[in-house]
Each structure stands twice: as C-alpha cells, then as structure tokens.
Design a protein around this ligand. Structure first.
Ligand code: AQP
Length: 348
C-alpha cells in the first residue's frame, strides 16, 4: 500500500504523509486513550505510513505531577504503547522532554498564537473551571506546545480523539499564520484523523462526561492496567438505564450511558454501533453487560498482562525511549534550525 492510500485526505503533493500524535503520562492510560488514540496509532503504523508517537511529559506538568509518579507513568505509558502493538522498530516512540526542539518551537509559537485564540479553547476552560486565575500559565499555553509537537516533524496527519479537534484547528491556524507572517510555505496544514465508533469514550459513572485519567473516581474508567476481574466488575457496575436496547441508533438518543456502552462494544469488536444494535436489540443490560465484559476482557487483559511484563524491565523501556528520542531529534532538529533561520535568529 502506498503511504497515503489509507488516508481520507492525502498529504499535499510535495509532502509525504507523516503521522504524529501523543499522549500525556498524567496518570495511567484509559480505555478512552486506547480506543480514541492508541488503537488508531497501531493501525496507522501497520498501514506503512511513517508514524511518530510521543509521551508528552511536558504537557503532563501543566498540572502538578509528583516526580516519582511522573517517571512511573511515563514508563508505564511506553509499556502501554508497546503492549497495544506499537513496534519501536516501525514507529518512533519517545518522550517529549528528551527532544528539546518541542519546547524551542513551542516558545516561538507562543509568539505566533494570539491570546484571543487561546482563550477560546474549551479544554482550558473545562480544566481551569472557576480557578482560571490560579492555574499554570503552561495550561493556557498547552495548545501552542501541542502545535510545536506536531509541526517540529512537519507532520501531515494527526490521529486523536474528538476532544482534541479544537486544538488541531488551532495548530492549523498557527501554521498558516507562521507561513503568512514570514512569506513561506514551510509548515503543512495538518489533517486530524478522528475515526471509529469511540472517538469520545464517556465515563462509566456519567455518560455526559469524558472518560479521563484524572477523574477522581477509579470506577469511572477502565485502566489499561486493570486485570480481567477489575475490567469485568467495572463494566457490570457501569451506570445504565432500565430500558432494553432499541432497534435503531436513534433509540439511543437521550440515553448517554447506553450509547456509550454500545460505542465501546462496537469499537472493541471493530463493528459499527448499528451492527451492535442489530445483535442486541431487545436485550436488557443484564444480558448486554456480561457480553461487553467478556469482549473487553478478551481484548484488554492481554494488554494489561504484557504491560506488567514490560514494566519488570524499566531499563529496557528507557533504552527504547532513548533510541526513539535520537530518531525524533534527527527529524526535528533541522526543522527547528530552519525556523530559526526563517525568523532571523543568528546561529553559531
Ligand atoms: N475518553 C476519551 N475518548 C476518546 N479519546 C480520548 N482521548 C483521551 N480521552 C479520550 C484521546 O487520547 C489521546 C491522548 O490524550 P491525553 O491523555 O494526552 O489528554 P486528554 O485528552 O486530556 O486525556 P485525559 O485522559 O482526559 O487526560 P487528563 O485527565 O490528564 O486530562 C488524545 O488523542 C485524546 O483525544
């Protein structure tokens, strides 16, 4: 397969397709990270497109992280990537703080992005809540660093969950403004890849809020480290209603918890949500939940087991990340050096 054949929007004619995406090691990876991001990352890698994946530890520290826990979460996330199917000989896998091009370009983009753009970011508003005077400046600037993560590789496509759509629009605005301000055609206008039945996996306790690593309730999410018993228990206890599953998808309107479980089933089984409805229409959750629990255990328990095995050798994980950082640096360094040249910085 050619390197652009699988992408709905091909790379611009003068640029080969290149995928970049990242995940914050701000806690353990969740089913949301897996279905919205990691599963897609593996598919893109296996389609033969150049894939670069990053544990964005600089993003994680936009909220305070315990240093010991951050180190552990970074290695555990690397183990999660590998256990999910990322092959460090096919994809570049590294952590952000080992490649200084990210923060260098991030600062330059802080000077390109406009305050008005940043203040419209809904994720900042959600995360800052009523506390916006007291959150870090880094949390506000986060999307400019995310644009730098992507554009340091001049990536053309970015697989993400639905919640990152607005940040990717901002990345496009930053690239376009940089190109326009300096009269160059240097940065590509990236295309988000938001695909599949579970682009927004919701909390198991509240179908209107996103499943998130930092949700205080562990019952709200499935962690990739959960064992078979725990996965099964959490699904059986997930909040639902008392109605049977409907005959059509429209029957799930105003039933956010039911819709969420159907989407999770569909994404895990590589089916459409309508396909799940066709199979289970008329079933009560007493029947559907055990089927979903079995499916989730079959798909996720092997990942959790493999993560445990990988975590027994942290030095090997560090070695993989170090090799990935060297490969990433070999791409990003010349890009950032060209940016310095474009903007008029004297370099020795
Ligand atoms: N619930 C989700 N459903 C689908 N996709 C999701 N992603 C995250 N949660 C879901 C996708 O995973 C990738 C990495 O996201 P991230 O961890 O870097 O940041 P986040 O989106 O802020 O995720 P969390 O779990 O909510 O982290 P915390 O709690 O630390 O803020 C992205 O592609 C994201 O879309």
């Amino acid at each position: 397969m050619s390197d652009t054949a699988a992408l709905a929007t091909p790379a611009p004619p003068n640029r080969a397709a290149r995928i970049f995406s990242g995940i914050q090691p701000s806690g353990g990876l969740t089913l949301g990270n897996y279905l919205g991001a990691l599963k897609r990352f593996v598919q893109k890698q296996d389609e033969g497109i150049q894939t670069i994946y990053c544990l964005v530890d600089m993003h994680a520290i936009t909220v305070w992280q315990d240093p010991q826990k951050l180190r552990h979460a970074t290695r555990e996330a690397a183990a999660g990537f590998i256990a999910s199917g990322i092959d460090p000989t096919k994809s570049i896998l590294f952590n952000q703080s080992q490649v200084s091009a990210h923060v260098e370009l991030g600062w330059i983009f802080n000077c390109v992005a406009r305050m008005g753009w940043m203040s419209r970011m809904t994720q900042f508003k959600d995360k800052a809540g009523k506390n916006s005077e007291n959150v870090s400046l880094g949390l506000f600037a986060y999307p400019a660093l995310m644009a730098a993560d992507i554009l340091a590789y001049r990536a053309t496509h970015v697989p993400v969950g639905e919640d990152q759509k607005q940040h990717l629009e901002l990345c496009r605005d930053i690239a376009a403004k940089f190109n326009n301000d300096f009269g160059v055609d240097f940065f590509p206008i990236v295309e988000p890849i938001i695909e599949g039945a579970a682009t927004r996996v919701m909390s198991l306790r509240d179908g209107t809020s996103k499943m998130s690593k930092s949700d205080p309730s562990d019952q709200s999410r499935i962690n990739l480290t959960d064992d078979a018993d725990m996965i099964s228990k959490k699904i059986r206890k997930a909040k639902t209603d008392t109605e049977p599953l409907p005959e059509t998808l429209s029957g799930l309107k105003n039933r956010p918890e039911a819709r969420n479980l159907v989407n999770i089933y569909a994404a895990l089984a590589d089916m459409t949500p309508q396909g799940v409805i066709d199979l289970y229409s008329g079933s009560l959750f007493g029947q559907f939940k055990p089927a979903l629990a079995d499916l989730a255990v079959a798909k996720l328990a092997p990942i959790s087991k493999e993560m445990q095995r990988l975590m027994k050798d942290p030095a090997e994980i560090d070695r993989i990340l170090e090799k990935g950082a060297q490969e990433a640096n070999a791409i990003a360094r010349p890009v950032v050096d060209q940016v310095y040249d474009i903007i008029g910085m004297i370099r020795g």
